[in-house]
Write a protein that binds this ligand. Structure first.
Ligand code: SF4
Length: 370
């Protein structure tokens, strides 16, 4: 059955499909004019790459993210019809039959399939802490990667080791990029990763025959090129010095900034605020919880405690103007973060000199921020 037929049988109109293609082009930071090209590539049955999805040290959260909907959305249909030849979570076969299905899919598409890896790979004690079908995750990964066109690591665990690699990392959990060599690797970290980014990545590969540009952590720039903090809908409150001080307080109810509650948005690069989750319905900060930084290397260790304020902010940028005013705050970045919005407000009112004279201290600033 062709993609067009499947979409029709699922009640998806041509118009909705084209709208979806336009949304994918936006996710990929392409002009809308690419939408027809994307539609054509998706509908071209001959050009569909095979996808083999393997899971190791994982909670299946990334599989759930892509399969979650009771009402399948177009992206899921597209991915499903497109190419997924092997995926343990959804396939009917198990045991030897499942292994045979994987071997067949690899053999049939040798050198051409996209290998998707979910979960970390333990290397301590020869990898015995994760075995599938009597062999270690390391061996499964190396073998599958050898025949792949490219390897896509979905979720923070497959990208950087994630939660299994948290201190003291007893199993020696690592990310795909630490195991695989000689093949292009793309990381789609997140906990879970966003299914729309997986679809967009596959679509990019279909349309351009290549993988998208990546950053130094091998993350596609279209999805990880901007700080969460810079696209956050609460940013206006951050700039205005309006912060939540306690869960459930008035500021929280009003949707003010969650920086003081430990939000890691200023240090995290991801497109959560723009594409969101669940059909664009919401994302953690929109739902009232700070970002936990799950798209960054070293998560969770580097982002813990989740409810502790960031001690240091890279790329402080325009905010650094605040340090010129509040000299007492120069050595305390967290404090500067708390006051800079207020200083901006005050500056706008032509009161900077008055503030300088008063040597605004941190407590006073927090009080003013409420
Ligand atoms: Fe949004 Fe968090 Fe930045 Fe506040 S600190 S603006 S909640 S990303």
């Amino acid at each position: 059955m062709s993609l067009r037929e499947v979409l029709r049988s699922c009640g998806v109109s041509r118009r909705e499909f084209l709208q979806y293609c336009t949304a994918v082009s936006a996710t990929l930071a392409l002009p809308q004019t690419f939408a027809p090209q994307i539609a054509e590539a998706l509908e071209n049955e001959d050009g569909r790459p095979s996808v083999i999805w393997m899971e190791f040290q994982s909670c299946s959260g990334d599989s759930e993210a892509i399969l979650r909907s009771g009402r399948p959305k177009i992206g899921e249909i597209v991915l499903d019809v497109l190419s997924v030849d092997y995926m343990e979570v959804i396939m009917a076969a198990s045991g030897h039959l499942a292994e045979e299905a994987k071997e067949q899919a690899m053999e049939k598409n040798m050198g051409k399939y996209l290998l998707v890896i979910e979960g970390a790979i333990p290397v301590n004690d020869d990898g015995v802490y994760c075995c599938v079908a009597g062999d270690t995750a390391i061996n499964h990964l190396k073998k599958a990667a050898a025949g792949a066109a490219a390897v896509i690591a979905v979720g923070n665990c497959a990208s950087f080791g994630g939660i299994p690699a948290g201190h003291p990392n007893p199993t020696g959990a690592k990310g795909v990029q630490d195991i695989v060599s000689g093949k292009p690797v793309v990381n789609l970290p997140g906990c879970p990763c966003n299914a729309d980014n997986i679809t967009a990545l596959v679509v990019h590969y279909l349309v351009f025959g290549d993988l998208p540009a990546v950053d130094r952590h091998l993350r596609p720039k279209f999805a990880y090129g901007k700080r969460i903090h810079d696209n956050c809908e609460r940013r206006g409150h951050f700039d205005a010095g309006q912060y939540v001080d306690a869960w459930g307080d008035d500021a929280h109810k009003k949707g003010w900034c969650l920086y003081k509650m430990g939000c890691k948005g200023p240090e995290t690069f991801h497109n959560c605020p723009t594409i969101r989750f669940n059909d664009g319905l919401s994302w953690p900060v929109m739902a009232g919880h700070g970002c936990v930084g799950c798209a960054e290397p070293g998560f969770m260790d580097t982002m813990a405690p989740f409810y502790g304020r960031l001690p240091n902010i890279p790329g402080f940028g325009v905010e650094s103007q605040a340090t010129k005013i509040g000299v007492k705050l120069a050595g305390a970045v967290a404090a500067v973060f708390a006051v800079h919005g207020i200083l901006n407000m005050i500056r706008n009112k032509g009161m900077v000199k008055k503030v300088e004279a008063e040597h605004l201290d941190h407590d006073k600033t927090e009080e003013g921020g409420k």
